[in-house]
Design a protein around this ligand. Structure first.
Ligand SMILES: [Zn+2]
Length: 185
């Protein structure tokens, strides 16, 4: 039961790892981006979070634009509409020249005050290696465990605990694991 769950989790990890690897590789040739534009319920602030896959990293940006106090101006509505028109894009990677710099994770915050408006921005850069590493842990451990089991089996040992089974093939007297060692021979 436990082994089944672990196998299921490693398959899931492998799928995630494969997906990340494809995006990772693609990010050196194309920049893919997604953008959402939403207005706050009181219609004071426009939020537009975006995600871009660019040169070895996933870049998450959250921007908030608050125009002069009061209800939405014409300018804000124009901004909202223009943002909604570019909900996704793909282009040449913007950071291709700085591929090495993109291997570092980054978090930055910025607040710009201009007359009558505030622009706030939060930026995360998550390198793909950092996202892929946790997904690689379980499959790697499972692979090593499978290799150990195979090695023990060929040596005539219990695959589960390593106990010498040459005298008692079929069932391990140490841990109770049933195995086919020796029974076929
Ligand atoms: Zn055993």
């Amino acid at each position: 039961m436990k082994r089944r769950l672990l196998n299921l989790l490693s398959v899931l990890s492998l799928l995630i790892l494969t997906g990340l690897s494809v995006l990772w590789l693609r990010s050196y040739f194309y920049e893919d981006g997604l953008l959402w534009a939403v207005a706050s319920p009181d219609e004071v602030t426009v939020w537009w979070p975006s995600v871009a896959s660019d040169t070895g990293a996933l870049c998450v940006t959250v921007r908030a634009y608050t125009p002069s106090p009061g209800p939405f101006s014409m300018e804000t509505r124009v901004l909202l509409n223009s943002l909604r028109e570019q909900s996704h894009w793909y282009s040449q990677p913007a950071d291709r020249e700085d591929w090495a710099g993109n291997l570092r994770p980054v978090f930055a915050r910025e607040e710009r005050l201009q007359p009558g408006r505030i622009l706030r921005q939060g930026y995360f850069r998550l390198p793909y290696w950092l996202l892929a590493a946790p997904a690689a842990v379980l499959p790697t451990l499972r692979l090593r465990a499978a290799r150990r089991r195979r090695r023990r089996t060929t040596r005539g040992q219990c695959p589960a605990c390593g106990y010498d089974l040459r005298a008692t093939p079929g069932r391990c007297p140490e841990c109770g694991e049933t195995s086919s060692i020796g029974t076929a021979a």
